[in-house]
Design a protein around this ligand. Sequence first.
Ligand SMILES: [Zn+2]
Length: 214
Amino acid sequence: MTTIEHALLGANGALAAGLHRRYGWQVAVMAGFAAVCPDWDGLTLLGGPVLFDRAHRVWGHNFLACGLLGVLVGIVDYRYDLMTRISRRVFQVLRRLTGEDLGSESLTLRNTWTGEGYLVWVGVAIIATTSHLAADLVVSGHRTLGDWKLPLLWPFSDESWIYPHVRWGDPGITILFMLGMLAMYRWRSRIQLVAAATLLAVAAYILIRGAMLG
Ligand SMILES: [Zn+2]
């Protein structure tokens, strides 16, 4: 699955659960960010092809790493309110570019922290990083590349799994997510419903494509 699809899967999950109503839009953006994070092992490319070959789709793509990563992302984001800070920056840059104030002042930073907040943030982040594994299990392979198995129990076991349903580069999932975003923009009071419908449509699409692959 591509980076943008992983992010939209995470964000749609939080929105479909209605978490944005109680905890603000930041929890959905954080879920999108967390859902992308397991691909950090691809950054080992910077360490050269030998390291990349050993680490890519191994170090980050297992339950242990995703669990730890979820705890880290959840705690750090909740404590420092990173998503609000980044959004403020984006609004500031946009204001400089367009000369229009798009409402950055309304983005106030979190100034109270609760145990429930930490629990929700960590829980959502863990589910989001795990959704990355689920997605990579079913979106795999390419006309010229083979399937890329995931070592879910690494480092305790080298056994690896893959259930290819949708080929890499298939635009169908991206198109469904984009339609979902347009629908959210159109029906802003129905975001939870649209997010749930989008996820259902994506799941159905994956199943149908899987059946077609035989
Ligand atoms: Zn991945």
